[in-house]
Design a protein around this ligand. Structure first.
Ligand SMILES: Cc1ncc(COP(=O)(O)O)c(C=O)c1O
Length: 308
């Protein structure tokens, strides 16, 4: 994976600071305990200039993450929306990735974190295909992880909190060490949950399924877009329980995520899925998603925010 392609400015609590000045003390609560709520959002270059995809939905999820952890977010949705749009504009970027972060800074030493300030940042930078060159076309090689997703009511997995991503890192690093590009996590009950930073869809006997929300996975905004856009072109997607072995007999599998977009899965645990490349349902959904996000289709769902 390439290093971050840094830009120049980062929004911090109402003003812009230089990229290299976005520093934290070693003993900040976020660093000690992982208390950093964040989002990942893409902005696409469209025929009418840069457009941020599903900005309102991402910020709503960020607010919900803060509420779940009881962090008093000092900015309202209007301020955060403007911060994101302004960050894209100020950096002169067209297509880019935004990573709003609300974290607990330096102050308190203990877990109660009294005295640690809430700090909000909006960095953005240009970021290409998340799972590497060719992933969107040829698909990726995935494995079922030996690490399972957390049990509901241990970590609130509907929230995006940095500390929770230790589990994703264990999954990802194990997968990479074993020669795979991505890992699929199972829930504590042994059913398919999600990838390290993406949701999963399975086409089985001609029908498309995705794991139902069960407290072990993030309600992905890309997954929601995909379900809606698939419906627009006559493909129904049903949330349901997915046993591990459905993966091995699947016609097609794909991941969805803001970073991963719609990425086909070519193999799982070295078993070839379908024809070993993107199948027809995956291709139709991927095309519709990218065309919509890139502004080639009318914004019938009101998902694009101009940053021109
Ligand atoms: C654990 C996890 N699951 C799923 C997703 C996909 O979510 P979204 O489509 O909202 O980016 C992400 C990415 O944010 C994630 O980190």
């Amino acid at each position: 994976m390439a290093p971050i392609n840094k830009s120049e400015w980062i929004w911090k609590d109402g003003s812009f600071i230089k990229w290299d000045d976005a520093q934290l003390h070693l003993l900040s609560t976020a660093i000690q305990f992982g208390t950093s709520l964040f989002e990942g959002i893409r902005c696409y270059d469209s025929p009418s200039g840069p457009q941020v995809f599903r900005l309102g939905d991402h910020l709503r999820r960020l607010v919900d993450s803060c509420r779940t952890y009881g962090l008093a977010l000092p900015h309202d949705l209007g301020t955060l929306t403007k911060a994101c749009v302004d960050a894209v504009k100020k950096n002169g970027l067209a297509s880019c990735y935004l990573r709003p972060v609300v974290l607990l800074g330096y102050g308190g030493a203990g877990l109660e974190a009294d005295g640690s300030p809430v700090e909000t940042y909006v960095p953005c930078w240009s970021w290409g295909t998340y799972l590497g060159a060719g992933a969107l076309e040829q698909g990726v090689h995935a494995c079922v992880s030996s690490w399972q997703r957390a049990h509901p009511n241990t970590y609130p997995l509907m929230a995006k909190a940095a500390g929770q991503y230790l589990n994703s890192q264990l999954m990802k690093w194990e997968a990479k060490r074993n020669g795979f590009q991505e890992a699929i996590g199972l829930s504590p009950s042994g059913l398919v949950s999600e990838g390290t930073g993406m949701n999963i869809f399975v086409v089985w006997r001609g029908k498309c399924y995705t794991p139902a929300l069960d407290g072990t996975l993030l309600p992905g905004i890309t997954a929601d877009s995909v379900i809606t856009l698939a419906n627009d072109i006559g493909i129904a997607i049903e949330p349901r329980q997915i046993p591990r072995e459905m993966l091995y007999g699947a016609d097609e599998i794909f991941f969805t995520g803001t970073a991963a977009e719609v990425t086909p899965v070519a193999t799982v645990d070295r078993r070839v899925i379908g024809a070993g490349a993107a199948g027809p349902i995956t291709r139709a959904i991927q095309q519709r998603y990218l065309d919509y996000a890139q502004g080639k289709l009318p914004d019938t769902h009101g998902w694009r925010t101009s940053a021109a």
